[in-house]
Design a binder for this molecule. Structure first.
Ligand SMILES: NC(=O)c1ccc[n+]([C@@H]2O[C@H](COP(=O)([O-])OP(=O)(O)OC[C@H]3O[C@@H](n4cnc5c(N)ncnc54)[C@H](OP(=O)(O)O)[C@@H]3O)[C@@H](O)[C@H]2O)c1
Length: 285
C-alpha cells in the first residue's frame, strides 16, 4: 500500500523551516481564498485548507461572495488578492455558480499567485520546464512515487485520462528530464478504444479518468504499480477509478481512501511557500 499521509507529512515537515525563515524575515506567507456561493462541500474544503494554513503559520485572508455574485464581483475579488502584498498565493474554489466563467476568472489571476498551477502561463511553464507552480495533484503523484522509491525513469508509465487538472499536466511532469521523472509516458483516453493494451504493458498505471471502477485487474500486468487519482463523488461517497480487486494484481497501489488526496493538499502549501520565497527572493523553484 502507498498511503498519501506519510508523504504529505514529509512534504510539510520540509516546509516548516522554510516557513519559519519567511516569518523571521517579516514575510509570513499568505494563502488567499475565494469562495463564490453556498455549496457546503466547497465551503468545507476551504475551511479545511484555512485550518491547515493556520496550523502551518500562514495567514489566510478570505473573500466569500454570494451565490448570485457577478463576474465583475469575482474579478474585483481577484484584483484585490492580486494587489495584496501579504497574499502570496490564491486559491479560487471550483466549481463556481453557473453565471461565473471560471476560465476567464482564472486568466485574471496573477500567475505567480496561482497556487493550483492551472493558469495558462503556469501550464506553459510546465510544458517548457520553467520554474513556477505545478498543478497540485500531478506534483503530489510524482512526490508519492519518489517517496516510496518507485523508480519511473526509463520505465513505461500509462496515464488513463488527459484532463487538464490531472492527466495532461501529469504527462508533462513525468516526461521531464529529472531523476524522479524521465519516464516513457503514454496517455490514453476515450479516443483509444483499446486503451487496456497500453495499461497492460505499463509498469506504472495512473488512473485519472473520474469513472468509478474503470480500472480492473484484467487491465493490468502482475506486479504493476497503480496510482488512483480519479474519483467521483456521489453525495459524500467517494467512488475511485481503481477497482478494489486491482489490489490482488498490483505490486504496489494507493489505498482507495487516503492515497493521492493528502499529497495534493501538501503540494498546495508547497506551491504557496515557493510563491512566497520567489516573491521575497529567498529561493523557490
Ligand atoms: N484526488 C485528488 O486530489 C484529485 C484532484 C484533481 C482531480 N482529481 C480527479 O481526477 C480525475 C480527472 O480529472 P481531470 O479534471 O483531469 O479530468 P477530466 O477533465 O474529468 O477528464 C477525464 C479524462 O478521462 C478520460 N476518460 C473518461 N472516461 C473514459 C473511458 N471510459 N475510457 C477512457 N478514458 C476515459 C477522458 O477522455 P476524453 O478526453 O477522451 O474525454 C478524459 O481525458 C477526476 O476524477 C477528478 O475528480 C482528483
Amino acid at each position: 500500500m502507498l498511503p498519501g499521509k506519510p508523504v504529505a507529512e514529509a512534504v510539510l515537515a520540509d516546509l516548516a523551516p522554510r516557513i519559519e525563515a519567511l516569518v523571521a524575515a517579516g514575510h509570513r506567507p499568505g494563502l488567499g481564498t475565494i469562495l463564490v456561493g453556498d455549496d457546503s462541500a466547497s465551503a468545507g474544503y476551504i475551511r479545511m485548507k484555512q485550518d491547515k494554513a493556520a496550523e502551518l503559520g500562514f495567514t489566510s485572508p478570505h473573500i466569500h461572495l454570494p451565490q448570485d455574485a457577478t463576474q465583475a464581483d469575482v474579478l474585483a475579488a481577484i484584483a484585490e488578492m492580486n494587489e495584496a502584498d501579504d497574499v502570496h498565493a490564491v486559491l479560487m474554489q471550483h466549481p463556481t455558480p453557473p453565471q461565473i466563467d471560471f476560465d476567464a476568472a482564472l486568466l485574471a489571476l496573477d500567475p505567480d499567485k496561482d497556487v493550483d498551477g492551472l493558469h495558462p502561463v503556469n501550464m506553459g511553464r510546465l510544458a517548457l520546464g520553467m520554474p513556477g507552480p505545478v498543478p497540485c495533484t500531478p506534483a503530489g503523484i510524482e512526490t508519492l512515487l519518489a517517496h516510496y522509491e518507485i523508480p519511473i525513469a526509463g520505465r513505461e508509465v500509462c496515464i488513463l485520462g488527459r484532463g487538464t487538472t490531472l492527466g495532461r499536466p501529469l504527462a508533462l511532469l513525468l516526461s521531464q528530464k529529472r531523476p524522479t521523472a524521465n519516464a516513457a509516458v503514454t496517455v490514453v483516453h476515450t479516443g483509444v478504444p483499446n486503451w487496456a493494451d497500453y495499461t497492460r504493458r505499463a509498469e506504472v498505471v495512473i488512473a485519472a479518468a473520474g469513472v468509478p471502477g474503470i480500472l480492473q485487474p484484467e487491465h493490468l500486468t502482475a506486479g504493476v504499480t497503480v496510482v488512483g487519482g480519479g474519483v467521483r463523488y456521489e453525495g459524500r461517497k467517494l467512488l475511485p477509478d481503481v477497482d478494489e480487486a486491482c489490489e490482488a494484481v498490483a505490486g504496489a497501489i494507493t489505498p482507495r481512501v487516503g492515497g493521492v488526496g493528502p499529497t495534493t493538499i501538501a503540494m498546495l502549501f508547497k506551491n504557496a511557500v515557493e510563491a512566497a520565497e520567489r516573491r521575497v527572493g529567498t529561493g523557490g523553484r
